[in-house]
Write a protein that binds this ligand. Structure first.
Ligand code: GLU
Length: 340
């Protein structure tokens, strides 16, 4: 991985180019600003998660050109949890196509808690792949399509997106398996609704394992940059996801990625993102950068407190919001229509 400071990236708001040095100094600034913030609480409904070190705090940005800048504990490992949902959704789109994927799960924000044992009454399918019901539906379809090797394929895909071999935190996996009664109930509901036709325990094995994959803030930044870079890992240059899968995944991240805080996030930060109860947040600036943040204390919506503050700071500092007033929009369309 390169960490050269020579590459220039262009700001979305049309102002002067932002150099990596500038991004790095923003990361350092926000790290120092929020390091002492102890608001929120670590997730404790999964017993192993209650044992994490609450003060760890790391940030990373990876660019489409394959450059990485970091601040703080950017190499500290934690479990990916719900951030995995974005990537298994992209995987199912690639493996099974849109028709089969959308026969199993919708793309509507639910307004319900992430672990609600409920389906969309109109479709008898989960509302979207970012809540547990939707992610378990996706895991079920992957298990059905790929057979017993499904999780190995998930781990391999996540590793290619991160650009290094990832592994599973077996303790967190066992802890989730032991205590995940709501998720088991959701699994049975989905099987009864014929969303998948394989044993619920096999499906939950995939789901609990995907949530227990160990990553760092740097890994998340590279995984985000892989989505930003149209599915190609910008460091290894490996083709990881198809373009349709990337487009659909970023769309659902934008509308549903941040639990019950998704609307606030879309308005305040304006980027497709996904958080997990392990304290990670991933955010994507289309065609430009991936952002990874890790800090285990969560707010009431389940999002990392310091992670959210950092993403707001980066979005403001670099003009990243998709609908920023100074965003020049698509010069391609303007040229075609001879606007101006
Ligand atoms: N494995 C966790 C669960 O199913 C993931 C939750 C999350 O990160 O939102 O409860």
């Amino acid at each position: 991985m390169k960490t050269t400071q020579a590459v220039q990236t262009t700001s979305t708001n049309g102002s002067a180019p932002q150099s990596l040095i500038e991004i790095e100094s923003l990361l350092q600034e926000h790290y120092a600003l929020y390091k002492g913030n102890q608001d929120g609480a670590v997730a404790n409904y999964i017993p192993e998660l209650a044992k994490v070190e609450p003060d760890e705090f790391g940030m990373a940005v990876a660019t489409q050109a394959g450059e990485i800048v970091t601040a703080g504990d950017a190499k500290a490992p934690f479990t990916i949890q719900s951030i995995s949902k974005a990537y298994t959704f992209a995987m199912l789109l690639d493996e099974a196509g849109r028709e089969e994927t959308y026969a199993a799960v919708g793309v509507q924000p639910s307004g319900d808690p992430f672990n609600a044992i409920t389906l969309d009454a109109r479709t008898n399918r989960p509302f979207n792949p970012m809540v547990n019901a939707g992610a378990i539906a996706v895991a079920g379809r992957l298990r059905q399509v790929l057979g017993a090797g499904a999780f190995d394929r998930v781990l391999d895909l996540f590793s290619r997106a991160a650009g290094r071999a990832l592994d599973v935190d077996e303790r967190v996996f066992e802890s989730e398996k032991e205590t995940g009664h709501r998720n088991r109930a959701i699994g049975h509901l989905l099987r009864a609704a014929e969303v998948f036709d394989v044993p619920v325990d096999d499906v939950l094995d995939v789901y609990f394992r995907q949530c227990s994959i160990r990553v760092t803030a740097t890994d998340l930044a590279v995984m985000g940059a892989t989505l930003a870079n149209l599915g190609i890992n910008p460091i290894t240059k490996q083709d990881v996801f198809g373009m349709d899968a990337v487009r659909d995944t970023l769309s659902v991240m934008f509308t549903c990625g941040m639990y019950d805080g998704a609307g606030d996030w879309a308005t305040r930060v304006g980027l497709p993102a996904k958080s997990g109860v392990g304290g990670g947040i991933i955010a994507v600036v289309n065609r430009q950068i991936g952002i990874g943040v890790f800090s285990p204390r969560l707010d009431e919506a389940g999002n990392s407190v310091r992670g959210k503050l950092c993403c707001i700071g980066l979005a403001d500092g670099l003009g990243l919001h998709a609908f920023d007033a100074t965003n020049p929009g698509s010069s391609f369309l303007r040229g075609m229509a001879k606007w101006d």
